[in-house]
Ligand binder design. Structure first.
Ligand code: NAP
Length: 253
């Protein structure tokens, strides 16, 4: 129950899905957690859930594409909890469309939420993590950050960028004792995944059955990704940096 005792974590996209499951798990393991998200209602409810379980959390409303929001999120976290050890860059969106049907505005938004946010958030967070003598940054990539997928061109471009910027950051910040890794989930049961069925005009039941079609014969639950993020954040991963850890029930295999 104390893998992250005395640690402070900031989680973007922490109100829903994978981020929310990670926020709850981190708090259970003793971390003080800043839930950073654009969705205030869900973010506040995640804080209540953590507090009910006896954990420490705050919610910070933030659009991760905006530099001033990212600055405020990090500063508020440090002011509330006295520092920052773990940054989980997890907020993301998907547009299920090919080059011909993706608008320029959609392309820009996907790249801003999925990629630029990691640059902005890390830029303000790294000096604080360094002050603690080092720490861990985890970026959420995807199986589609390692291979291509149909009707998701902007998303595939963004997640490819996340995987490789993770490697670049690991090289740059290793000497500051900051480990930087990517988690690459396969299909995971979150509002984002179910929304993809709508975008593709597919029946949710059919879409989810396809998502389950992989060696383990099922899609993931958010907690199964969160436990991997916990590993990467923890001392158990003290020599792991620059990795893209695939958690996909064997989908890429
Ligand atoms: P989710 O349930 O939709 O959660 C994402 C959260 O991020 C939501 O609360 C969302 O708010 C928030 N968000 C969106 N835009 C934001 C912004 N500009 N600033 C701050 N917060 C913002 O999705 P999820 O499935 O947990 O996804 C988490 C990460 O996992 C994403 O990076 C995604 O690409 C990745 N991933 C997911 C899967 C999967 O199958 N679910 C697979 C591989 C990778 P709103 O709900 O209000 O938009």
């Amino acid at each position: 129950m104390d893998i992250l005792r005395n640690k402070v974590a900031l989680i973007t996209g922490g109100a829903s899905g994978i981020g929310r499951a990670t926020a709850l798990l981190f708090a259970r393991e003793g971390a003080a957690v800043a839930i950073v998200d654009i969705n205030a209602e869900l973010g506040q409810s995640a804080v209540k859930e953590i507090e009910t379980l006896g954990g420490k959390a705050i919610f910070i409303a933030c659009d991760v594409t905006k530099v001033e929001d990212c600055q405020r999120a990090v500063e508020t976290t440090v002011a509330a909890f006295g520092g920052l050890d773990i940054l989980f860059n997890n907020a993301g969106i998907i547009r299920r469309a090919d080059v011909l049907t993706t608008t320029e505005a959609e392309w820009d938004r996907v790249m801003a939420v999925n990629v630029k946010s990691i640059f902005l958030m890390s830029k303000v967070a790294i000096p604080h993590i360094e002050k603690r003598g080092g720490g861990s940054i985890i970026n959420t990539s995807s199986g589609w950050g390692l291979k291509g997928g149909g009707n998701a061109v902007s998303y595939c471009a963004s997640k490819g960028a996340v995987t490789n910027m993770t490697r670049a950051m690991a090289i740059d910040h290793g000497r500051q004792n900051i480990r930087v890794n990517a988690v690459c989930p396969g299909d995971t049961d979150t509002p984002m995944l179910r929304n993809e069925a709508k975008q593709l005009g597919q029946l949710e039941k059919e879409f989810m059955a396809e998502a389950a079609s992989r060696p383990l014969g099922r899609y993931a639950q958010p907690l199964e990704i969160a436990t991997t993020v916990l590993f990467l954040a923890s001392n158990a991963a003290s020599y792991v940096t620059g990795a893209a850890l695939v958690v996909d029930g064997g989908g890429l295999a």
